[in-house]
Design a protein around this ligand. Structure first.
Ligand code: NAD
Length: 475
């Protein structure tokens, strides 16, 4: 069985206790790898290494161009190892290989390249003042950044955090999700190969509460916490950060609403709506899990959407032809199964799909549920979508805005004025019009309400991972 250690101070190590935990392949339902099980002792070592690398090492003092060169080299290595990295995520959590190798790995490389270039090229403010003084801003690194990541896009979201932190001169301690340890260790090995100095990127494996995750986010030696995961975990981490007065960025859960208006291009709406909910078996924070379809096209849309969902290929996520793999773990499968099994009790109908073999859930379309049903309010995080008719723009805006979440929303319409008008009224960090998941890494990314605090991306990441300093000179 493959072993994935912590990476601390430039070396891959086991835990002092020798303890490990297994990573279970959700397709075979057998362990395929072992990872070192870290706790407070490993977190202490990693934070100390990151601190030394920050205080004494070359990284923060290196020019941005030189740091950027090393991050580009890491991106090259990520792409050169696409098969291995893609397979690691696929075996850890069941994502189809075409998505892990074909989408997440290139996006991870793009994250590294984008933030390397962004840090090098972004100008800082220079403010010649009326008084004759001159003020300018220095964006200085903050120190040690703690990154805590989820299991649904392991490599892609880890690089989304690590890349800006490193590009701006910080050092990092990453705690990957316990379900997906492999690609984080592989990435840290590649970072050493690329020439990142020891202690700049550290990885500690382990669980969250009362374990490595909590030890890291409560650690007094950490200067920033960037977290992606569940809203409840975000609350716990926010409380820990408050005790140490550490800024925290929280990218949390979602319950994306998706409105299809009668004037939409239905082919386009079906195609994107399908991807919005069934990509990664619905294990996407941005998933369009609440579909609202305007009544004149409701039946036609539902028929086309159902046919397209029924044609999706479930199977071995390691096979190129597979579009939907199993859910990531037994625990998660049981949670999603619980929602599928309670549709009727909440007054709805499983229109298509349902439970599959093993830890598979088929693309599941639910109709007839009231807005108050749990399925319409809670994040299911699986391939389960509720479809509800609506009549007016006001009605659908109220429905879309009717959850505690506010990460993203989608709308499909050929009316330009409606697109702008409705986008402005939606309570969401991102609104996609006639598309889904199209990202410009300069754009703000984050959510409102229970979907998070703060924004990352472009200059938003710079604000978080630096201490802007004003220098005012009399000249
Ligand atoms: P999770 O909150 O259970 O775990 C995420 C990470 O936090 C893991 O590494 C875990 O070990 C750690 N953790 C758990 N409890 C902790 C604690 N008390 N202290 C410190 N660390 C702790 O989330 P998950 O199940 O891995 O991920 C799925 C969730 O992530 C969903 O809610 C999804 O919507 C959300 N998500 C959000 C975004 C976004 O950008 N907004 C992106 C992807 C996933």
């Amino acid at each position: 069985m493959e072993f994935f250690g912590h990476v601390i101070d430039g070396a891959e190590v086991a835990s002092a206790s020798g303890e490990t935990f297994a990573s279970v392949d959700p397709y075979t339902r057998e362990p395929w790898a072992e990872a070192a099980l870290g706790g407070p002792a490993e977190v202490d070592l990693a934070v100390a290494a990151a601190r030394r690398a920050f205080d004494e090492g070359p990284w923060p003092r290196m020019g941005r161009a030189e740091r950027g060169r090393l991050l580009h080299r890491l991106a090259d290595l990520v792409l050169a190892n696409a098969d291995r990295l893609g397979l690691a995520d696929t075996r850890d959590m069941g994502k189809p290989i075409t998505q892990s190798r074909g989408h997440d790995v290139p996006r991870a490389a793009a994250n590294l390249r984008f933030f390397a270039d962004h840090a090098r090229l972004t100008p800082a403010e220079a403010l010649p003042m009326d008084s004759g003084h001159h003020a300018y801003t220095r964006y200085e690194p903050v120190g040690v950044a703690a990154a805590v990541a989820p299991w649904n896009f392991p490599l892609m979201l880890e690089t989304w955090k690590i890349a800006p932190a490193l590009a701006w001169g910080n050092t990092v301690v990453l705690k990957p999700a316990e379900d997906t340890p492999a690609s984080a260790t592989l990435l840290a090995r590649l970072a050493l190969e690329a020439g990142l100095p020891p202690g700049v990127l550290n990885v500690v494996h382990g669980y969250g509460p009362d374990a490595a995750g909590q030890a890291l986010t409560e650690h007094p030696g950490v200067d920033r916490i960037t977290f992606t995961g569940e809203s409840a975990t975000g609350r716990a981490i926010s409380a820990a950060a408050a005790r140490n007065l550490v800024p925290v960025s929280l990218e949390l859960g979602g319950k994306g609403g998706n409105a299809v208006f009668a004037d939409a291009d239905l082919d386009n709406a079906v195609s994107w709506s399908l991807r919005a909910i069934f990509t990664n078996a619905g294990q996407v924070c941005l998933a369009g899990s609440r579909l609202y379809v305007q009544r004149p096209v409701f039946e036609e849309f539902l028929a086309r959407f159902t046919a397209a969902a029924g044609a999706m290929r479930l199977g071995d996520p390691k096979s190129d032809g597979t579009e939907i793999g199993p859910l990531a773990s037994e625990t998660h499968y049981r949670k999603v199964r619980g929602y599928v099994e309670t549709v009727a009790a909440e007054g709805g109908t499983v229109h298509a799909g349902g439970l599959g073999d093993g830890w598979f859930v088929r693309p599941t379309i639910v109709t007839g549920l009231p807005a108050a049903a749990r399925h319409q309010r809670e994040e299911i995080f699986g391939p389960v979508v509720t479809v509800t008719p609506f009549d007016t723009e006001d009605e659908v805006v109220a429905l879309m805005n009717g959850t505690r979440y506010g990460l993203n929303a989608m709308l499909f319409t050929e009316s330009l004025s409606r697109a702008h008008r409705v986008s402005a009224r939606l309570r969401a960090g991102t609104v996609w019009v006639n598309c889904f998941f199209v990202r410009d890494l300069r754009a703000p990314f984050g959510g409102v309400g229970d979907s998070g605090v703060g924004r990352e991306g472009g200059t938003f990441s710079r604000e978080f991972f630096t201490e802007p300093k004003a220098v005012v000179m009399q000249i």
